[in-house]
Design a protein around this ligand. Structure first.
Ligand code: SF4
Ligand code: SF4
Length: 69
């Protein structure tokens, strides 16, 4: 099982993680605004995440954390 968490208030909405996910699971949450005024990244289907950590490695602001349990 993969546990993916987002430090949402650090997200600057650059979208690099969205492009990096091979399963196309990440998207900007258009219904939320973080402390910096950006729509933060989030995951659309946690059960489909393969835990590759491509998103976490790509994020320049270390927003995403992947833990495999
Ligand atoms: S760990 Fe891999 S599959 Fe899961 S959201 Fe990140 S890039 Fe996508
Ligand atoms: S790469 Fe990081 S800062 Fe950029 S949208 Fe994704 S989580 Fe936010």
């Amino acid at each position: 099982m993969v546990n993916i968490t987002f430090n949402t208030d650090r997200c600057k909405g650059c979208g690099l993680c969205v492009e990096a996910c091979p399963k196309h699971l990440l998207a900007m949450d258009q219904n939320a605004l973080n402390a910096q005024g950006h729509h933060p990244a989030g995951i659309t289907d946690r059960s489909a995440c393969i835990g590759c950590a491509s998103c976490a490695v790509t994020c320049p602001d270390c927003v995403i954390k992947i833990v495999k349990e």
